[in-house]
Each structure stands twice: as structure tokens, then as C-alpha cells.
Design a protein around this ligand. Structure first.
Ligand code: PHE
Length: 377
């Protein structure tokens, strides 16, 4: 026997509740996943055993005469509601079936699994970042740690502590981009874009006691007009090694080894006297031309050598300004030039990357042009 609500009395409220319950069940059956038209018709509208038939048998027939009209009205409304529910579902199913056969219809699944997938392309390191990381790792294998410093520096760290006094002509060698509206500050506190990574030498010595051995990769800025070999933004890797008994021979051996590790063991190095305010003595380092092996070619201007970096022994004046600043910061002035010495070097990453990858215009490194960058994938 199909399950239908039991009528307890024939009040309008009880009838409404009972009919509403049946209608809700019908609605659920029509919408349900298991719905099929024939089965539903049989179960609900079947002439002999359908639920509506049973309802009319048990409710209408057992009702007292005064309730018959009330039940009859509700019964007709229920029947109409169920039939319209059914008609709605039928027309939806028909539309759905037609839709499946109609390209572009919302019923047609939009996913075409026969199409090739959307490839997720893997990014690669920018050639500058890659070159910088390779240089750094050569020094890491020699026991160097890695330091970083800010790109916006004070005049003190970028110049003064590195023995470029105010108004000293050596400042002209690094045309500087300064932050505006700093005139009310004392010169040493004025902000500028760092022109080299050397200020991080000072910051490192303020933070750490000797011995010290670190490389400092980073971005630097100069007020230079852009051309094929100059960019107002470029990159350097700085090196600093401080400890007892550090000599110029250590500097030569270290850089010779580093150049061989980076460019190949056939590369030779040579050191020329140079000048930097913060090293004494200072040298420019050349390597034998990696293109012609030293025989002379267009790349090395037929000299057989390519100039690659600046270096020297840390000037005692630099240790002195570190000690001074350490005293101001309440730290021990442990950079005692009677007990320690050090060397420093700095190289331009862009030039090295250009040599390594055969790039003739530095601007390509900053253009963001995918046709250029894709070649490094
Ligand atoms: N900072 C110097 C420059 O940018 C390079 C350098 C670094 C020279 C360390 C000597 C020692 O030109």
C-alpha cells in the first residue's frame, strides 16, 4: 500500500496540511534524478493503484458529506499542480535532448577533450639574474657568504665612508641620481640611488666583526645616458674579504681562480694599476679574450685582453670610518689596521652577461621584450 498521510480530522487546516504534503512529495519525485515519465505516471496517476486514486478512495469516500466539497476542491487543485509539474519536466527533458544534438546550445558540454591542453609555460631566470647567481656561486664555493644592501643609500655610505669626501673630484667618476628635496638635511644623510655596491662593504663591517668574507650582488644606478653599452640601471657583484694576514697575493689568487671557474680554466688574468678612493693600492683586472683566446679580435679591440673588474686592498681610511661609525653606534672599533687587512673587488654583471651570451646592446636586458628573453628558455 502506497504511503499517504492519514487524515485525523476533516477541518480545513488538516486538509490543507495533508494536501500540501502530498504535493511536496510529488514535486520532489518529478525533480528527482530517478524520475522517469512512465514510472511517475504509474505511481501517481495510475488509474488503479496511483496515489491520487488512493487518495480519492480513502479521503473522499470516507469523508462526512460536509467535507466532501472541501476535499474535492483540493483534490482537483492537487491534480492540476502535479500535471503541470509533470508537463514542465517533460518539456525540459525534450529541450535538453534536442539541445544535446544542437551545437552551441547551453546543454552541449563546452569542454572538448579532444583539443590540445593549454600548456603552462615555465618561466626562466632573466640572463642578468642567472649570471649574477653564477658569479655568486663561484665565490660561495670559496667560502664566501652573500650580503645585500639598500638601493636607496645615504651620501655617507655611498661616498663619505668610502673615502670620497664632500666636493672631492673622485665623486665625478660616478654621476649620481639624487632623491629630490633633501637640501635641509646634513649632506651625509641625504638620499641617493647607490652608484655602486661598495656601500654594502661599510654596512657589512658595521654589522659583523672580522674575519669577514662576502659577496654582494645588486642593482646600481648612475646618471648616464642610455646607449649600446650604458644603462642608467645596471648590476654589480661586490666582494670583500677582511682578516689577519690578507695580502694582495690573496686578492690575485682569488680573482684568478674565480675568473677561471667562471669563464673556463684556459682564461688568464692580469692586473693593472688603477685608482679607487676606497682601495690602496688599486687595480683593474683584465682577462685574456674569451673570444679569440688572446690572439686579438674585434671583441677585444685586437689587444687580446678584456677589462672586467676593479679591485684593491681596503684603504685604511675605510677601516677608519667604519671604526668611527661603530663608536657612534656603541660598538667596538675592531677594524684595527695593525691587526687586519682586506681586499675588495667589484664587477659589472651586465658586461659579463653580454660577453657570455653575445648580446650587443645592453638595452635588450631591460626591454622586457619576449622575443629576446625567450631565447634564454
Ligand atoms: N665600486 C667600484 C665601481 O663601481 C668598483 C670597485 C669595487 C673597485 C671594490 C674596487 C673595489 O667602480
Amino acid at each position: 500500500m502506497l504511503n499517504i498521510p492519514q487524515l485525523t480530522d476533516f477541518s480545513e487546516a488538516s486538509l490543507d496540511a495533508a494536501f500540501a504534503q502530498v504535493q511536496a512529495e510529488a514535486k520532489i519525485a518529478v525533480a528527482g534524478e530517478a524520475f522517469n515519465i512512465e514510472g511517475f505516471r504509474l505511481e501517481w496517476l495510475g488509474r488503479k493503484q496511483g496515489r491520487l486514486k488512493i487518495i480519492s478512495d480513502t479521503w473522499l469516500k470516507t469523508a462526512p458529506p460536509e467535507a466532501k466539497k472541501l476535499i474535492g476542491q483540493r483534490f482537483n487543485a492537487l491534480k492540476e499542480a502535479i500535471e503541470s509539474e509533470l508537463a514542465g519536466r517533460e518539456s525540459f527533458l525534450k529541450e535538453f535532448k534536442q539541445g544535446l544534438e544542437t551545437p552551441g546550445s547551453p546543454f552541449v558540454p563546452q569542454l572538448d577533450i579532444t583539443l590540445p591542453g593549454t600548456a603552462q609555460r615555465l618561466g626562466v631566470e632573466h640572463p642578468l639574474v642567472r649570471t649574477m647567481a653564477e658569479i655568486v656561486s663561484v665565490f660561495q664555493r670559496m667560502g664566501y657568504s652573500v650580503g645585500l644592501g639598500p638601493e636607496v643609500e645615504t651620501d655617507f655610505y655611498n661616498f663619505e665612508a668610502l673615502n670620497f669626501p664632500p666636493n672631492h673630484p673622485a665623486r665625478d667618476t660616478q654621476d649620481t641620481l639624487v632623491v629630490a628635496d633633501q637640501d635641509s638635511k646634513p649632506l651625509r644623510e641625504r638620499l641617493l640611488m647607490r652608484t655602486h655596491t661598495s656601500p654594502v662593504q661599510i654596512r657589512s663591517m658595521l654589522e659583523h666583526d672580522p674575519p669577514l668574507r662576502l659577496v654582494i650582488p645588486g642593482k646600481v644606478h648612475r646618471n648616464d645616458a642610455a646607449d649600446a653599452t650604458h644603462s642608467p640601471v645596471f648590476h654589480q657583484v661586490e666582494g670583500l674579504c677582511v682578516g689577519p694576514d690578507i695580502t694582495f697575493s690573496d686578492l690575485k689568487g682569488t680573482l684568478d681562480h674565480a675568473m677561471k671557474a667562471f669563464f673556463g680554466s684556459a682564461v688568464k688574468t692580469r692586473f693593472f694599476p688603477s685608482f679607487f678612493p676606497f682601495t690602496e693600492p688599486s687595480a683593474d683586472v683584465q682577462i685574456s679574450c674569451i673570444f679569440c683566446g688572446g690572439k686579438g679580435c674585434r671583441k677585444c679591440k685586437h689587444s687580446g685582453w678584456i677589462e672586467l673588474l676593479g679591485c684593491g686592498m681596503v684603504d685604511p681610511a675605510v677601516f677608519e670610518s667604519v671604526n668611527q661609525r661603530r663608536i657612534e653606534l656603541g660598538r667596538d672599533p675592531v677594524y684595527d689596521t695593525r691587526r687586519i687587512a682586506g681586499f675588495a673587488f667589484g664587477m659589472g654583471v651586465d658586461r659579463i652577461a653580454m660577453m657570455k651570451y653575445g648580446i650587443s646592446d645592453i638595452g635588450l636586458l631591460y626591454s622586457g621584450d619576449m622575443r629576446f628573453l625567450e631565447q634564454f628558455a
